[in-house]
Design a protein around this ligand. Structure first.
Ligand code: MG
Length: 162
C-alpha cells in the first residue's frame, strides 16, 4: 500500500507547502493538469492558476506539466504559459516521468509530482522515488451540476409516476 500512499495530501494546489518543498531540496515539479490545476472541462488556466504557476517560477522551481490527456487539450491549455508539457504521458508508466525530469534537469530526489490521482500521479511518482503530492480533485462544475440535475430529475420522475 506504501506505493499508493502520497507523501503529502492537500485540499488544493494552493495549500501545497512550498517552503517545505524548498527545505526538502525539491527543485523540479511535475504537475498534472486535469482536476489538479483546473476541472477537466476548463480549457485554459484561470488567472489564479497562472499566478500560482508564476509564483513557483519566481521561487525557482522548474516546472513541467505532464498529462495523460491528448495533444489538443494539453497544447491548448499550455499555449500561453511558457512552461514545457508532455501529453499522452501514460502515467503511471515511468517513461514520461523520466522525460520530464530530463526537461527539468533534476534527479528523483529533487523532484515532486503534484496530481489528483493515486493510480496515475502518486503510483507513477512513488515507483521512481519522487516526492508525491496528492491534491483533492477539482470537481468540474458542469459535471457536478449535471449530476445534481439528474438527481432532481429522478426524484421528480418518481413523484410524477406515483
Ligand atoms: Mg488529473
Amino acid at each position: 500500500m506504501k506505493i499508493l500512499t502520497p507523501n503529502y495530501y492537500y485540499d488544493s494546489i494552493y495549500e501545497v507547502d512550498l517552503d517545505l518543498l524548498k527545505k526538502n531540496k525539491i527543485e523540479g515539479l511535475i504537475i498534472d493538469i486535469d482536476n489538479t490545476l483546473v476541472g477537466w472541462d476548463t480549457l485554459l488556466p484561470t488567472i489564479t492558476v497562472k499566478e500560482w504557476l508564476e509564483k513557483l517560477v519566481t521561487l525557482g522551481f522548474n516546472i513541467c506539466l505532464v498529462s495523460n490527456n491528448n495533444q489538443k487539450r494539453v497544447m491548448y491549455f499550455s499555449k500561453e504559459l511558457n512552461i514545457p508539457f508532455i501529453y499522452q504521458a501514460r502515467k503511471p508508466m515511468k517513461k514520461n516521468f523520466l522525460a520530464a525530469m530530463e526537461i527539468l534537469e533534476t534527479t528523483n530526489q529533487r523532484t515532486a509530482i503534484i496530481g489528483d490521482q493515486i493510480f496515475t500521479d502518486v503510483l507513477g511518482g512513488n515507483r521512481l522515488g519522487l516526492t508525491t503530492i496528492l491534491v483533492k480533485p477539482i470537481k468540474s462544475k458542469e459535471f457536478w451540476w449535471t449530476n445534481f440535475v439528474r438527481k432532481i430529475e429522478r426524484r421528480v420522475i418518481k413523484k410524477v409516476i406515483k
